[in-house]
Design a protein around this ligand. Sequence first.
Ligand code: AQP
Length: 359
Amino acid sequence: MSTFEQLVFSGVQPTGNLHLGNYLGAIRRWVALQEDYNCIYCVVDQHAITQAMSVWGGPAELMRNTREVTAAFLASGIDPKKHIVFNQSRVRQHAELAWVFNCIARMGWLNRMTQFKDKAGKDRENASVGLFTYPNLMAADILAYRATHVPVGEDQKQHLELTRDIAQKFNTDFSGRIAELGLGVETQSGDETIASFFPLTEPVIGGPAARVMSLRDGTKKMSKSDPSDLSRINLIDDADTISKKIRKAKTDAEPLPSDVEGLKDRPEADNLVGIYAALIDANKEKVIGDFGGQQFSVFKPALADLAVERLAPIAAEMRRISADASYVDAVLKDGGERAALLAEKTLRNVRDIIGFLQD
Ligand code: AQP
């Protein structure tokens, strides 16, 4: 019996307004993982349509946003030749596996998902069924490649726990069949070694920007769908806009504290310090070491300069790449073909395990 090949999978929805939270919480960390792992990075366009069309914008907007997110991946330093970059809908196996997982996941599990409650709001009866079963499709995205590591922001933690529950239930429900077909991979379950078909994927979450908060309200996460553009720094914002948004960011009247403990109960200050730390690849202690005791009138301009220095080159590269739609489309086509080969290998096994007849 073999062990699971270490593989990274993650995705971003093409719903517009790609922001600093998406970049620091996810994309930038993907870049670092390329050194040590084989990586698959996906523009999850099928997830985008789970919300109302007014949110995802309709066909023309979806195509534009899919290319823009791809350009952001490439501009941030993701290498589409060494790794795989594609849009989800090209690889039909994701939807096929999601159906299987619809039949594995329990209603009670999905009823506990807080993101559904947040996104459906008060009008749950009117939310799409796709929004409710979104976590099953996300599990399928990951497990179609039997990915072992998924780098995401903290908001996705609960969905990754669900992915592990789905993998575990599939492995248990079909354990006899998995063994009979010799498709088991050795995994550790407590003191026991068992044969599993799907890995229990590890979330890769952490660092000072695991949850970047709104610039207008430090208790709400920075989000694409926030109606206030001042609440987020978009990756395509120009230098003046970035500076203006940081200058206008909500803060309290106190200077920065002299130690990190002092950031407790000061969500806006904590958020800006966390953003600074992530941008210099350090922890909050380092930032407080440099700026503790200083007024926001000193810290905000320093943060604005830093953000511009780090983000402006990415925005410029995104614009350059986006201008050549045929190049972006060729990257997605090539990535989609390579991804489909891998996913089909998994799906052939899944069909055999379940008992679906195939040629
Ligand atoms: N504020 C955030 N801080 C850190 N990480 C974040 N991510 C999102 N917001 C933050 C991470 O970015 C990746 C891609 O997210 P997504 O596009 O798939 O969807 P999302 O999480 O729904 O993004 P938004 O901005 O919050 O969109 P809306 O407004 O539609 O809800 C994920 O890894 C996510 O964790």
